[in-house]
Design a protein around this ligand. Structure first.
Ligand code: GAR
Length: 203
């Protein structure tokens, strides 16, 4: 069966991208292939990780776009160029419009560093999520991979994994544990589930 062509969208360090690249190498992801990595800023270290793995990259600099519509038009052009069939948001810190997400219904997945519906939605990203979890005093947090729709972090859940909070955790320590124990595992697993589904239902 033809592999599903995947674009990974990134903004930062790209450890989740690295987990996807490693999963592709070890055949945890076998129904999909990362054909492009697109960043919203040229400084994203994730671009270096992609280059090291010989994966083509593109930058659509959000700051240089005229607005959301212009940004998404440029993203769509890159996706079309690479004949992308599925999008993975891996630490991509931009919200996509309803117009965009509708065009890609059930074809965009995102990893979020909490157990949705806790600590999610607009304003909850990166370290802020872990600050909020520690601030609230929850004893268990985790990560979620979900489909992306017009509601930030509101799409159907694909996989979740719980992580225990320990005494003395700082946001940084907790972020690392959530990544290691949850995100880097469930993101590749969910990617394979969705890629396999798209490949099986391709007309
Ligand atoms: C990850 O923890 C990811 O779950 C989170 O940002 C980090 C990116 O790290 N994403 C969000 O908060 C999205 N709402 P990475 O660049 O090393 O993968």
């Amino acid at each position: 069966m033809l592999k599903t062509k995947i674009a990974v969208l990134v903004s930062g360090g790209g450890t989740n991208l690295q987990a996807l690249i490693d999963a592709q190498k070890s055949a945890i992801i076998k129904s999909g292939e990362i054909v492009t990595v697109i960043a919203d800023k040229p400084t994203a270290y994730a671009l270096t990780r992609a280059a090291n793995a010989n994966i083509p990259t593109a930058v659509v600099c959000k700051k240089e776009c005229a607005g959301q519509a212009d940004f998404e038009e440029k993203l769509l052009a890159e996706l079309k160029k690479a004949e992308v069939e599925m999008i993975i948001l891996a630490g991509f810190m931009c919200i996509l419009s309803a117009d965009f997400t509708k065009r890609w219904e059930n074809r965009i997945i995102n990893v979020h560093p909490s157990l949705i519906p806790s600590f999610c939605g607009e304003g909850f990203y990166g370290l802020h999520v872990h600050e909020a979890a520690l601030g609230y005093g929850v004893k268990v947090t985790g990560a979620t991979v979900h489909f992306v729709n017009e509601i930030p972090d509101g799409g159907k859940i694909i996989l979740q994994k719980a992580v225990t909070i320990q005494d003395g955790d700082t946001p940084e320590v907790l972020q690392k544990r959530v990544m290691e124990e949850a995100e880097w595992k469930i993101l590749p697993q969910a990617a394979e589930i969705v890629a396999a589904d798209i490949a099986a239902n391709r007309k």
